[in-house]
Design a protein around this ligand. Structure first.
Ligand code: 5GP
Length: 190
């Protein structure tokens, strides 16, 4: 796998350092401003499959506060027709009620996926709703979405793989984030 990578952008060590920093910030915020859930239930962390899985696994283990976690999966409009078309393939296991929710996403690009998820969760009237994305491509945004915690900002023109991010379902298991050699990028596979 590694021989398919042209250049590493964020090493495994850099990612781990950043995850720890994000976790410290999140813990601070939820210990102070959080706990808006009227019943004092723990934070519910919602990971978006499949890309957020490695990030989510590292993040929740760094969050030293009571929490529960669950997952949602959405269809990628990239394989479909139009950007507006985002479908929920797997929803949360249970109704959330008025709880504090933290969405964990791998990357925010145009913002369409996140907007769809936010609308769906907002409609369930949580006590609070925040977003943590490992990567952000703010220059590519087509719809405005709030991202409360960002691991790293990427330039517009880069397509990355690794640490959950795929190309044709491959490379998610790389422990770092990098760019593929051009010969491994095939038309219509992304
Ligand atoms: P958005 O709806 O914000 O345009 O796209 C979010 C989704 O696009 C991400 O969850 C991810 O699956 C995919 N995506 C966007 N940029 C990249 C990238 O650089 N690399 C990979 N592997 N996927 C990306």
């Amino acid at each position: 796998m590694r021989e398919h990578i042209e250049r590493v952008i964020f090493s495994a060590e850099e990612i781990q350092r950043r995850v720890q920093e994000l976790a410290r910030q999140i813990v601070r915020d939820y210990q102070n401003g959080g706990k808006r859930d009227p019943y004092g239930r723990p934070l519910l962390v919602v990971g978006l499959l499949k890309g957020a899985m490695p990030f989510m696994a590292d993040l929740v283990r760094a969050l030293d506060i009571p929490l529960e976690y669950d997952f949602m999966a959405v269809s990628s409009y990239r394989n479909g027709t139009s950007p507006g078309e985002v479908r929920i393939l797997k929803d949360l296991d249970r109704a959330i009620g008025r709880r504090d929710l933290l969405i964990v996403e791998d990357i925010v690009d145009t913002g369409h996926t996140l907007r769809h998820i936010l609308r769906s969760l907002q409609a369930r009237e949580p006590a609070s709703l925040r977003v943590c994305a490992l990567l952000d491509k703010p220059h590519r945004r087509e719809v405005e979405v709030p991202v409360d915690y960002v691991g790293f900002v990427l330039p517009e023109n880069v397509f990355v793989v690794g640490y959950g991010l795929d190309y044709g379902e491959l490379y998610r298991n790389l422990p770092f984030i990098g760019v593929l050699k051009p010969e491994y990028l095939r038309e219509g596979q992304g």
